[in-house]
Write a protein that binds this ligand. Structure first.
Ligand SMILES: Nc1ncnc2c1ncn2[C@@H]1O[C@H](COP(=O)(O)OP(=O)(O)OP(=O)(O)O)[C@@H](O)[C@H]1O
Length: 757
């Protein structure tokens, strides 16, 4: 059990002290100075070192660097009490191992299923994800990251794409007459410079997903932001006044699927990506053409892509003991073959189990098994790929993804914290250092499908990023069944969801301000660096007993670019999902995270979710009832969104203020005018007018009394028991991946059509 710094449950000793009289100096200790330091370069990438999966020497270097950074940053004290996980000496030699990669594994929320419909582009993206992952787990030393975004990337035109497709490779996509790519800071490629100490000097490369794009005229965020109040004016909706009928909704969904075929050609995903070779797979590897029959989805580009993925990924590093057949061996299942881009499957061991103990196997035995299991297992497909004349690019890349990783039995399992969609999280102790950490085991849905892309992305992002408001992944360790992978994270005593469920009273305004500031800082950092989190919710916000909030769970996150590409709208847990997603928008940007933050702010104040819909339809209805239904006036372009065709009840008035009055005698959470203004700007319908993280950080609410509480004086709580965290999951909002799976089951071969086609 983790104890708070103050030895226990201070409960809400600071609560209910929101009057000006009781605003102490301490409460304002989240001072402008501290706040400013953390915002103004204190969290810069410039001092950052990325070190992952390193041998201990490297680990020590990294921890040292981190400490230096923290000292420089000053604004947060988090590292001061952190033990040095990399300081343990001795122990196991670094493993050299590999694992299978499920190359066609799409992101959760992506609507395709078994179809492999996203193979070409998704796999192109995957290649780069893998490259990035390989790099970060190879004991890297990253070049300083640079903040890239200087303006809003939000561009909503979808029609100006001219696409050509390199049909021979199936993965080379050219998008002509398009804006430049946004610079993407977080994907690294190894340079040949090996730095002393075994680390590899790497430097940023361009975005893995937007290399073909050029930057369009940026939208000035200040312009986009103007008029934010309009959206909550409660003006009459342009929607039909007919009562809401679920049947209508369902009919609409069906119609919407059909209508997608008529989508403008350049943005018609089916034609552009999967229908024929003449058409381009320009679109992001995420969007799904639901209308395409499954077989059709599978047919494109798999072989060349497969070949390329494998050629990049299985080349043994120079000097590395060659594992006979391991580079070529692949999963035998027809399913994986259909997916086409498995890289390698190390063994037939059941890797789906979540028992920590299973990973305490004899490593050598496992290696032997692995070796044996791979001998003589080449498939026809592999033979084809070997014949593929396409050279690996770059051919000399080091690909030993987990070389240097420690093994998980260097940690003692204490208890299971939670089991999420993508992994099991344990509390564990580093046997060498005694440090308490959280170990998130990557969940292998089906071992034969290889390593989930979602996890690759999460690991890549979390290893690349370093910010006081983003959970720190210290290293990656491997289980003894070589393809079980654990992220070693700093341990956080609570997540906000579970914590609020255990609290008797909601957070005070000053506490909410403290939490929101940290949250906004983390989100600003993500958005500044071209990453959408896409699953902001209270259960993904961790809080430790030092009052530090950290964003976790990057399983749905992804880099984005300008101009925006179509992405699946099936992201973000339902209760926190922005209206543009609910209404079927396929192009979206940072504003979706900001909407989620509005929902989170309201939840922190009220201690209950703001919009807890059961279905997408119900969710929209709840939003409209509270905020009034949107219309074309307050949200230009709204009427063209696919979901608007459904007849919703015409809610005219914004009822949000009733939920958060300035004064209350009924127990409703109170919110000042400034606070309400911020909440309204976060919950602005028009994504282009919705407040940005940067603007929100400067909002008046944070400057008025009660001032944000210092992290030092945030209440502490007993660490949540694992059982409690698991129990509360029963009550959680449906996960996007679960939604997707249900839809896939319902819709058979057509995959996850979703509600909006
Ligand atoms: N570093 C950590 N320290 C303590 N607890 C953690 C940590 N990371 C995650 N958890 C706990 O595990 C839960 C699940 O973690 P996470 O969200 O990363 O996994 P997931 O599989 O993506 O979950 P979900 O399906 O809920 O999105 C979190 O809600 C939190 O309670």
């Amino acid at each position: 059990m983790a104890a708070g710094r103050h030895g226990g449950f201070r409960d809400n000793e600071f609560r209910g002290r929101e009057s000006g009289i009781e605003v102490s100096r301490r409460e304002s200790a989240y001072s402008k100075e501290e706040y400013g330091r953390s915002r103004n370069g204190g969290n810069s990438f410039n001092d950052r070192r990325v070190q992952a999966c390193a041998v201990r020497d490297k680990g020590r270097v990294r921890q040292k660097d981190l400490k230096e950074r923290d000292v420089v940053n000053g604004g947060y004290r988090s590292s001061s009490s952190r033990s040095d996980s990399g300081s343990g000496g001795g122990g196991h030699e670094p493993q050299q191992c590999g694992f299978s990669v499920r190359a066609v594994d799409r992101e959760p929320g992506e609507l395709s299923s078994e179809s492999g419909s996203d193979d070409a582009i998704e796999s192109e993206s995957l290649i780069k994800d893998i490259e990035a992952f390989e790099t970060v787990v190879n004991g890297i030393r990253a070049s300083p990251l640079v903040k890239k975004r200087k303006f809003s990337p939000i561009v909503w035109d979808r029609d100006d794409r001219e696409v050509s497709n390199s049909s021979t490779s199936g993965i080379n996509t050219t998008v002509s007459a398009l804006p430049l790519p946004p610079p993407l800071p977080k994907v690294y490629r190894q340079s040949p410079n090996v730095v002393p100490g075994g680390g590899i000097q790497i430097s940023p490369i361009e975005d893995s997903e937007t290399n073909d794009l050029q930057l369009s005229s940026p939208v000035d965020p200040s312009v986009a932001f103007s008029g934010a109040q309009d959206s909550l004016s409660g003006s009459p909706s342009g929607l039909s006044s007919s009562p809401i009928k679920e049947q209508q909704w369902e009919v609409y969904q069906e119609a919407e699927q059909l209508e997608d075929d008529d989508y403008v050609p350049t943005r018609n995903i089916s034609s552009s990506r999967w229908a024929a070779e003449n058409n381009s797979p320009m679109d992001e590897g995420e969007i799904v053409e639901e209308q395409m029959p499954k077989r059709k989805k599978k047919m494109m580009h798999i072989e060349p892509l497969d070949a390329e993925v494998r050629s990049k990924s299985i080349t043994p590093e120079a000097g590395e003991p060659k594992r006979e057949g391991s580079g070529e061996a692949r999963a035998r299942s027809s399913e994986s073959d259909e997916r086409g881009v498995h890289i390698r499957s190390l063994s037939g061991d059941d890797c789906t189990g979540t028992d920590f103990e299973k990973d305490y196997m004899d490593i050598d035995e496992e290696r032997n098994n692995t070796s044996l299991s791979h001998s003589g297992t080449d498939t026809e497909e592999e033979t084809d790929s070997h014949a593929n004349p396409e050279p690996p690019s770059p051919p000399q890349r080091s690909i030993n993804m987990i070389q240097g990783c420690r093994i998980v039995d260097e940690f003692e399992r204490l208890n299971k914290i939670d089991e999420g969609t993508y992994g099991v999280v344990y509390r564990a102790k580093d046997k060498k250092t005694g440090e308490i950490v959280a170990l998130k085991k990557v969940k292998m849905e089906k071992e034969r499908e290889g390593f989930p892309l979602t996890s690759l992305r999460e690991i890549n992002i979390l290893l690349s990023f370093h910010h006081p408001s983003i959970v720190d992944v210290k290293e990656v360790v491997v289980g003894s069944s070589l393809d079980s992978i654990f992220m070693v994270m700093e341990y956080m005593e609570h997540d906000l969801k579970g914590l609020m469920e255990s609290m008797k009273q909601p957070f005070s305004q000053s506490e909410v301000k403290c939490l929101m500031l940290q949250l906004l800082e983390g989100v600003k950092y993500l958005h500044d660096n071209w990453v959408l989190h896409r699953d902001m919710k209270t259960s993904n916000l961790l809080l430790n007993n030092r009052g530090e909030l950290k964003i976790c769970d990057f399983g749905l996150s992804r880099q984005y670019g300008s101009p925006l590409k179509p992405y699946t709208h099936l992201v973000v847990t339902l209760w926190y999902r922005a209206p543009e997603l609910l209404l079927g928008a396929k192009q979206y940007s940072t504003a979706i995270d900001m909407w989620s933050l509005g929902c989170i702010m309201a939840e922190l104040l009220a201690k209950e979710p703001l919009f807890n819909g059961k279905t997408e339809f119900d969710q929209l209805d709840k939003i409209f009832r509270t905020l009034g239904a949107p219309n074309e006036t307050i949200w230009p372009g709204f009427s063209k969104l696919p979901g608007v065709k459904v007849n919703f009840v015409k809610h005219q008035y914004n009822m949000l203020r009733k939920k958060f009055p300035a004064t209350s005698f009924t127990g409703s959470p109170v919110l000042s005018d400034a606070g309400f203004d911020l909440l309204s700007k976060l919950l602005t319908y028009d994504p282009e007018k919705r407040i940005t993280a940067e603007a929100a950080l400067d909002h008046e609410w944070f400057k008025e009394v009660p001032l944000p509480k210092s992290k030092d004086f945030m209440p502490t709580f007993p660490a949540q028991h694992a059982q409690e965290r698991r129990l509360r999951r029963i009550m959680k909002s449906p996960d996007p991946l679960e939604e997707q799976r249900k839809k896939e089951l319902q819709q058979g071969d057509f995959g996850a059509s979703g509600l909006f086609g």
